[in-house]
Design a protein around this ligand. Structure first.
Ligand code: PGA
Length: 256
């Protein structure tokens, strides 16, 4: 059975006091997660070690970074490499979030390189894709997402791909309160799985975890997770409220 994941993307939120309080509330709650269900918390870099220590003994809980650089080490002031993340026990890394593409000029070529780095150092990348509003309005979202997959992902071998998680995050749904409907999410997730199948074959397509992201919250998690090709979510705003995120984790454990 493929892995089902509730991932929290804290983005650039929380002071140390706030991050500790939020993490403690999640860490001190017990959830009934099955073998194939996981929770991944992606805080800002500065809180990764704290989160890792707090969650180390908690089964099914993992820590992820929100980004990594295209090189392993060197004179790149201010950057953080995949090898550094691996060295402190981080297991996941988000690659290609639309905010990084938009505000930091990350190109598909850079993302391909970041994926290589993450995989080379044993991290599991959560690769984000998704179309902007104008593309959705022209009903050109499938071609847009396929290009993103081709340009950043399809150079990987099947063995490498097996360690990648895909997150479909339509840009018009991120932070807007306007989530994709379960029908829209299911259609795109099935399309992504179809593209993986064309490139890598049926089994890799069946095995790959595809998360939905974009205004996912406690009130819509169950219906989104009920879609056959939606394997969990990448949650921004709602992951900053402990009660809300706990309900999302519970929705995941109940759904799959
Ligand atoms: P949101 O963000 O849940 O606040 O819409 C999702 C994301 O950007 O990963």
């Amino acid at each position: 059975m493929r892995k089902k994941i509730a991932a929290a993307n804290w983005k650039m939120h929380c002071t140390l006091t706030e991050a500790t309080a939020l993490a403690e509330r999640i860490a001190h709650t017990s959830f009934s997660l099955s073998e194939h269900q996981e929770v991944v918390i992606c805080p800002p870099f500065v809180y990764l070690m704290m989160l890792r220590q707090m969650l180390q003994q908690k089964p099914h809980f993992h820590v992820g970074a929100q980004n990594c650089f295209t090189e392993s080490s060197g004179a790149y002031t201010g950057e953080i490499s995949a090898s550094m993340l691996a060295s402190i026990g981080v297991e996941y890394v988000i690659i290609g979030h639309s905010e990084r593409r938009q505000y930091f000029g990350e190109t598909s070529g850079m993302l391909a390189r970041k994926l290589d780095m993450a995989l080379q150092h044993g991290l599991k990348p959560i690769f984000c894709c998704g179309e902007p509003l104008e593309v959705r309005q022209q009903e050109a979202q499938n071609a847009y997402v396929l290009t993103q997959l081709k340009e950043s992902l399809f150079h990987l071998s099947a063995e490498q791909l097996a360690r990648v998680i895909i997150a479909y995050e339509p840009i018009w749904a991120i932070g807007t309160g306007l989530n994709a409907t379960p029908h829209q999410a299911q259609q795109m997730h099935a399309f992504i799985r179809h593209c993986i199948s064309e490139q890598y074959g049926t089994q890799p397509a069946q095995d790959i975890t595809i998360l939905y992201g974009g205004s996912l919250k406690a009130s819509n998690a169950a219906e989104l997770f009920a879609c056959p090709d939606v394997d969990g979510g990448l949650v921004g705003g709602a992951s900053l409220k402990a009660e809300e995120f706990k309900q999302i984790i519970n929705a995941l454990s109940a759904a799959h």
